[in-house]
Structure formats: C-alpha cells, structure tokens
Design a protein around this ligand. Structure first.
Ligand code: DAH
Length: 347
C-alpha cells in the first residue's frame, strides 16, 4: 500500500520535473514534496503507524525517494543555471574580428590656425591681447577714431546698424580706444576678433576677422612700426618675403601706410611661367596685406592722452585675407561653408 503510493509519487514527481520546469517551478516542487506540509513529509509521519517488521524496508525506500527527489531538484537547478549561462554567452558575444567604430578626429579650422599663428608672433614680441565688444557704439567705432558724423571715410565701411547709435563693429580699431580709455602708456596690445560689413562676394564676407595692433609710449617712431610689421610678416609668411610700405590715408593715423608683400604665387615677378599676368596679384607682383600708421594726435585727445608726450603706431589686418594668400584659397566663402572636404586639408 505505502510502497505503491511511493511509486505513484515518484512517477508524478518525475513527470512534473521533466524538461521545462523553471526555477520557480523547481522551488514550488521542493515545497510540495519536501516542505513541512509536503507529500513526502506526510509519508514519513505515517511511517510510525506501520507494523514494526515493515518499517526497515519501507524506511529505506522512503529515504531513497527523498534523496532521489532532492537530487533531481538539484540537478534541474544546475541545468537551468548552465542554460542561462550559455544564453548570456551567446547573446553578449563580441566578434573581435569586426572592424571597430572609428572616432573621427576633429581638426582646427584654418582661420583659427592662422589666427593663432598671428597671435603667437605678437605674443613673442611682448604684445598682450585685448578684446572689445562685437556690438559697438558709434563713438568707439567711428567718432573717437577721428571719423565724425558725415565723415566720408565712414562710407568705406558699409555698416550694419542695430539702432541709431549701436552697430556691429566694422573693424577692431575701437579696441584701441577702449584700451586707451582704461590704461596709460606704455601699451603694446593686439586685439583679435570678428568684424562685420555689408559686403558679400568671393573676397568679402559679411562677417570676417581682423587683428588690430598698437603700441604707445613716449618715443615710438615709424621705424618701430616698420620693424615690428616686417618681422611679423616674415614670420607668418616666408622669411624672405619682400615687404613695402606705401603712403595711404586713414582718419585715425597720420601718416598712414598700406603695406604690401611680394606676391606669394609669382614671387614678385608679376607673370606666370607662360608669360601671362599672375592671377593672384593681377600682374603687379605685390599684394596689399595691412593698413597702418602713426596714431593721429586727435585720437590721443579723445582718450585724454597728451599728444605732445606720447606717440604710437597702429595697424590692422584681415585674417581671412592672410589665410587666403597663405594657402592659395580663392573664395572667402569656403571658410564658412563647413565643407569637410575643404576643412580636412588643414592641420
Ligand atoms: N581699421 C582699418 C580697416 O578696417 C584697418 C587699419 C588701418 C587699422 C590702419 C589700423 C590702422 O589700426 O592704423 O580698414
């Protein structure tokens, strides 16, 4: 009787633990068979009511069944663990033969490269960097630079006005005024930054960059200007570049000069090897690259300096223009179109 129920119990257990039992089901079976109110536990209790001569044999059978159930549960758990491990290994397998995903390396924009190079040369000569606002007032952009209202020179700089008195600065020269208003000589300053003009074609961009520079002390002469600019141009361009100073006019300098360099393409000859006029310098052999001069006494008066006691020079240059000449770029718009095929060529 008991022996039979042992057999049925075993069969029933086996069919329930057969393939497919989950971890929770295994736990449920453990409680159902071996728990305090479990089926086997129940049989162990009934064991005491058996006649003594049947006890040893049945006791052994019962113990064997319990061991069997325990082993099977354990085995099934192991099986499940192993299967889970295999699943994870398979799912998370890394194919180390696949090409990796590349990190594209960024590059420095050609204008930043040239700007940094320009700044470096001046820092080496002891200049310090100053900056001014992109949105200026009329006074700093024009008036204090000796361009009163209605001065014809204002026409040269097609201005974006923000309001009657506010405008996008048309050059970096107002930084001269701002620095001199705040400080006393000696001064040796460069002012790099963006400037804005209503102008848009292959060689003009409505936003471009300039580097302004000036030096003020008690005995600054035109020869200092020549020395500083010649050294600068030969550092940034080529050591043997020819440099020439031409008389010119700016309202904020007197005397004023424009500085030319020997053409970087035809090297000053003015023509190609086939005898055609050089297309970069239009056959002149020279390229205009800088405006400069001795700071006008009127400008010193605007900032409260005594022009009898101080003198100084100033200069301004276009960064895009220098970059175009240096790298032989013919269209300024390339700098701002963000075409990677263009940008990748500089490093
Ligand atoms: N501000 C002038 C311009 O944008 C450039 C310039 C010329 C600056 C002569 C100067 C200078 O400081 O002395 O056209």
């Amino acid at each position: 009787m008991v022996r039979e129920s042992l057999e049925t119990l075993k069969d029933e257990f086996l069919s329930r633990i057969a393939e497919g039992a989950s971890e929770e089901e295994v736990e449920r079976l453990r409680i159902e068979y071996l728990g305090r109110k479990g089926k086997l536990t129940f049989l162990f209790r009934g064991f005491k009511e058996l006649p003594p001569e049947e006890r040893p044999e049945l006791g052994e059978a019962l113990n064997r069944l319990r061991q069997f159930v325990e082993d099977r549960l354990e085995f099934r758990l192991g099986e499940l663990k192993q299967r889970e491990k295999e699943r994870i290994l398979k799912a998370e397998r890394v194919d180390i033969t696949l090409p990796g995903s590349r990190w594209e390396r960024g590059r420095i924009h050609p204008l930043t490269l040239v700007m940094d190079e320009i700044i470096d040369v001046f820092l080496t000569m002891g200049f310090e960097i100053a900056r001014g606002p992109d949105i200026e007032d009329d006074y700093h952009n024009f008036e204090a630079l000796n361009m009163p209202p209605d001065h014809p020179a204002r026409d040269m700089q097609d201005t974006f006005f923000v309001s009657q008195d506010r405008l996008l600065r048309t050059h970096t020269s107002p930084v001269q005024i701002r620095v001199m208003e705040q400080r006393r000589p000696p001064l040796q300053i460069i002012a790099p930054g963006a400037v804005f003009r209503h102008d848009d074609d292959a060689t003009h961009s409505p936003m471009f960059h300039q580097v302004e520079g000036f030096m003020v002390d008690s005995h600054i002469a035109f020869s200092d200007l020549k020395g500083v600019l010649t050294h600068f141009l030969r550092q940034v361009l080529r050591p043997e570049t020819g440099v020439r100073f031409r008389p010119s006019f700016f309202p904020f300098t007197e005397p004023s000069a424009e500085i030319d360099i020997q053409c970087l393409l035809c090297e000053g000859g003015g023509s190609t090897s086939e005898g055609q006029p050089c297309r970069v310098c239009k056959g002149t052999g020279w390229l205009e690259i800088l405006g400069a001069g001795m700071i006008d006494p009127e400008v010193f008066r605007f900032v409260g300096y005594n022009p009898d006691q101080v003198s100084g020079f100033a200069f301004g240059m276009g960064v895009e223009r220098i970059a175009m000449l240096k790298y032989g770029i013919e269209d300024i718009r390339l700098f701002f179109q963000n075409d990677l095929r263009f940008l990748r060529q500089f490093s």
